[in-house]
Design a protein around this ligand. Structure first.
Ligand code: RUQ
Ligand code: CUA
Length: 631
């Protein structure tokens, strides 16, 4: 560990480098920045560790990790510490293996004419009393301004909502206490409030909003217009506040305009105050949207803004992370400033209750941590870990010592630094967004892998590294290549999730398909039959390894055919698939599940269908023919 003098020398180097960080992020960070870590001086090669991070074949991981799949549109589940990918949950994409985006059940969730791609950033698992309760995972789609909810029993999305009046949902976070009832989603890009093409040139009238959804119904409860833009967000541990970073307080249209101010903001919302305004009807609506909108801009209020507190925060702040286990502080990472800003939640309450005058009085520390701080996570021993994009490092610092230093004490709050490979974005320690924070592992989600893996062409893997944080010094224990592009991840204990092995027949995911069968007088569990309704044909069959209930069915050219398959196998892992050759149809049917897809039988002739999930020694023989009679 560096002593205090090293620390001071280190900071002056950072002051020196600060301008280059501001004037050329790409230049400093990507082209020339990889060597910065080497300047950090000596660090013991071997660090103490209490973790046995090796997972033998046949052993199970200690944690479920939820990873965003970025512009793949997915959410992924990894086992930690093995970092083995266990599942890809399709959400804002079309998935060939599961039939997501192809089955009628998934199309109902996606909605009519839904875009079939997306950009996921921030998976968040629901809470009860700030502990993971294993019910849902929520995920944003920055690309198409949506929020999805994934059921964690069947690991499929069951609700997808397009957020009106804003563009590009980026930050997403959940109410923690008493449980997740509110989902907060921030619009990143500023746009005209009635974005209908009539008012595009006056950029001083571009705005964005915080959106609140009901976690149970996924209805939008309210939106709040803000000054500036919004980026990342997090809630406190009382259920009252949500804070979001703003990197474009000047509401600039171009990069130089956005980077103008020395300080932007952390914007903190008083949720009960907004809810009261909504209940009182002190709201407006925008365009066709029925969502109640409150005005949380400073200009809308004489004197104290009852809805939002704007805490000046240096400079283009990015990550917003509440410190567990009590949730006393919120750490906002500076990005273009080498600092983190520590805000005390109880002082935020004081400000809203009229006790503080200067919004900066909510700040209790502003430690200098290194270049390009993006996100911060925590252990259970009072330490914070901040990702440094430009330094390609993780820095460990002590929060109470940083507060002492801010108050004038001579104290070195930096505890350790470790090089990561390379240019880290998100960072997350095990259970660090919950009361159960355990200080064991940390994932470092690196945006560049460069030389760490075999080259596979122009596109490189990302590198999600695993760091053991049990000792005084951090220890890198695993490199994990991942596909485009995990922005964020979180880890929950294996015992905090209890996924189903087999569907129940009354699962709401396929309830509409069951209702359709009932209207046809069909009992899905036994029926193997064809129902004709004009030129609509519904083909009902079961699957029991290695047989489909129908080995042939007959339709007419031009018919709209809906194939409904019910998997009567009742054993975990015995899944079937239904694949119709030359029709672009393939979908999953897991034990006790009903799945369906609809297509037009355009081509006369014989078309084979087959089972696409290997289910039995006679899996290849599990097939049948669709006979299409010429019109
Ligand atoms: S953001 S690398 Cu999309 Cu989470 Cu910070
Ligand atoms: Cu059924 Cu393969």
């Amino acid at each position: 560990m560096s002593d205090k003098n090293d620390h001071i020398k280190d900071l002056s180097r950072r002051h020196f480098l600060r301008n280059s960080a501001i004037t050329g992020v790409a230049g400093a960070g990507i082209a020339g920045g990889f060597g910065a870590g080497a300047m950090m001086g000596s660090r013991p090669a071997e660090a103490a560790s209490n973790n046995d991070h090796h997972v033998e074949p046949g052993e199970l991981d200690e944690y479920y990790g939820f990873w965003s799949g970025g512009h793949s549109g997915e959410v992924r589940i990894l086992g930690v510490p093995s970092m083995r990918e266990l599942l890809r949950i399709p959400v804002f994409n079309v998935d060939s293996a599961t039939g997501w985006g192809i089955t009628n059940e998934s199309k109902r969730v996606l909605g009519e004419n839904a875009p079939l791609n997306g950009d996921t950033h921030h998976p968040k698992v629901s809470y009860t009393d700030a502990r993971y309760d294993g019910r849902y995972c929520f995920i944003n789609d920055k690309l198409n301004t949506r929020v999805a909810r994934i059921r964690l029993d069947i690991m499929r999305a069951d609700k997808i909502v397009t957020i009106p009046n804003v563009q590009a949902i980026h930050g997403l976070t959940l109410q923690r206490v008493p449980k997740t009832e509110d989902v907060f989603a921030v619009g990143e890009m500023i746009v005209p409030l009635n974005n209908n093409g009539q008012n595009m040139d006056d950029t001083s009238e571009y705005w964005t909003m915080m959106t609140c959804l009901d976690a149970d119904t996924m209805e939008i409860k309210w939106q709040a217009i803000v000054d500036g833009n919004l980026d990342n967000c997090d809630t406190d541990y009382t259920g009252r506040f949500v804070a979001a970073s703003c990197y474009n307080s000047s509401r600039g249209m171009t990069l130089p305009e956005m980077m103008g101010p020395e300080r932007d903001w952390t914007v903190i919302f008083d949720v009960p105050a907004i809810e009261q305004a909504v209940a009182n009807g002190n709201t407006t609506t925008l365009g066709d949207s029925p969502v109640p909108v409150v005005d949380a801009r400073e200009q809308a209020h004489d004197g104290r803004n009852p809805f939002a507190l704007y805490v000046p925060t240096p400079r283009s702040p990015h990550g917003v992370n509440t410190m567990p286990p009590e949730g006393k502080y919120c750490v906002v990472s500076g990005k273009l400033s080498p600092t983190c800003t520590v805000i005390e939640w109880s002082r935020v309450a004081e400000w809203f209750d009229g006790g503080l005058d200067d919004p900066r009085d909510t700040v209790v520390a502003e430690p200098e941590v290194g270049l390009g701080p993006l996100h911060t996570t925590f252990d259970d021993r009072g330490n914070a870990y901040t990702s440094l994009f430009l330094d390609s490092q993780v820095v460990k610092w002590n929060v109470e010592d940083a507060i002492r230093s801010y108050n004038g004490d001579e104290v070195n709050y930096i505890r350790d630094r470790i090089d990561v490979h390379y240019n880290i974005g998100h960072i997350k320690a095990s259970l660090a967004c919950s009361r159960d924070v355990d200080g064991k592992y940390l994932t470092a989600l690196c945006k560049f892998s460069k030389d760490r893996f075999l080259p596979v062409g122009p596109m490189h893997a990302e590198n999600d590294q695993l760091i053991d944080i049990t000792g005084q010094q951090m220890k890198l224990v695993h490199d994990g290549p991942t596909y485009a592009e995990p922005h964020d991840a979180l880890m929950i204990r294996a015992d905090q999730l209890n996924p189903s092995q087999v569907y129940t027949r009354d699962d709401p995911y396929f309830a509409e398909t069951v209702a359709m069968a009932e209207a046809d007088g069909i009992e899905l569990e036994t029926a193997n039959t064809v129902v004709r309704d004009g030129n609509k044909v519904r083909v009902y069959m079961t699957s029991v390894a290695p047989n489909f209930g129908l080995t042939e069915f007959r339709v007419k050219q031009g018919d709209e055919v809906t194939v409904v398959v019910t998997n009567m196998d009742n054993i975990a892992d015995v899944s079937h698939g239904f694949a119709m050759v030359n029709h672009g149809i393939n979908f999953e049917i897991h034990p006790q599940q009903t799945s369906s897809a609809t297509f037009i039988a355009e081509k006369p002739g014989v078309h084979w269908y087959y089972c696409s999930w290997f289910c039995h020694a006679l899996h290849m023989e599990m097939s049948g023919r669709m006979l299409v009679e010429p019109a």
